[in-house]
Design a protein around this ligand. Structure first.
Ligand SMILES: [Ca+2]
Ligand SMILES: [Ca+2]
Ligand SMILES: [Ca+2]
Length: 226
């Protein structure tokens, strides 16, 4: 997973490989790399200026069984679903095709976090998740949101909400099989101390995603944890 600093956020994200081979290398004029042998595989563009496309990106595993891992890119200020709704885009690792778009609702900031989460529903295909902590100081009900999607058909498996201004969904990641039930689990991190910062582990494979554990953090940890 990559979280880029504001300084380097731009509306163009490049997928790179450190080999001499390329599928179709089209280096943009402004791309300069110090490392030798870096080749641009694909370049993908933002839909709208200023939507923070590329703020977060992650590999999410091979969803379509073609041997190449897919990747997801978030644009948490995309306004297609409303102001600060956010979006995330799933691309084929094989050929760069757009496979799915996940769109938030107003103030979700969905796409602030993106992650491959393993096979949550145990259908043999890895799944993925998109999170949004919600716009700061947005009125209720703005609760933070995490959407877990099936890697097999991109249907929504779980659509989770936090509490108001909890920043639920600030960060998400694969947790592995925490409880040993053979279903992959997810770890979700609300980070802010003053709203009782916690790290939450959620269990896959259930009709409704259930929290396995919620660990309150010491004040020194909670300010940025998650
Ligand atoms: Ca694939
Ligand atoms: Ca699955
Ligand atoms: Ca499990």
């Amino acid at each position: 997973m990559l979280r880029f600093s504001i300084r380097v956020v731009r509306s163009l994200l490049l997928l790179l490989v450190a080999t001499g081979a390329s599928l179709w290398a089209v280096p943009p004029a402004n791309a300069q790399f110090l490392e030798p042998g870096v080749t641009v595989l694909y370049s993908v563009q933002a839909e709208a200026a200023g939507d923070f496309f590329g703020f977060m990106a992650s590999s999410i595993g091979d969803l379509n069984g073609d041997g190449a891992s897919e990747f997801i890119i978030g644009a948490f200020l995309n306004a297609a679903g409303g102001a600060s709704a956010g979006r995330a885009y799933v691309y084929s690792g094989r050929d760069g095709r757009l496979l799915n778009v996940v769109t938030g609702s107003a103030n979700n900031e969905l796409g602030f976090s993106v992650a491959g989460v393993g096979d949550v529903n145990k259908d043999g295909v890895p799944d993925y998740a998109v999170g949004g902590p919600g716009r700061f100081n947005a009125p209720a009900p703005q609760n933070g949101r995490v959407v877990v999607l099936s890697g097999k058909d991109h249907s929504v498996l779980y659509d989770l909400a936090g509490t108001h201004q909890s920043f639920f969904g600030y960060d998400i990641n694969a947790a592995g099989d925490v409880n040993g039930d053979t279903y992959a689990d997810i770890i979700i991190g609300p980070p802010i101390k003053r709203v009782n910062g916690k790290i939450v582990s959620c269990s896959g494979g259930l009709p409704t995603l259930q929290a396995l554990n919620s660990l309150p953090l010491a004040a020194s940890q909670a300010s940025q944890f998650g």
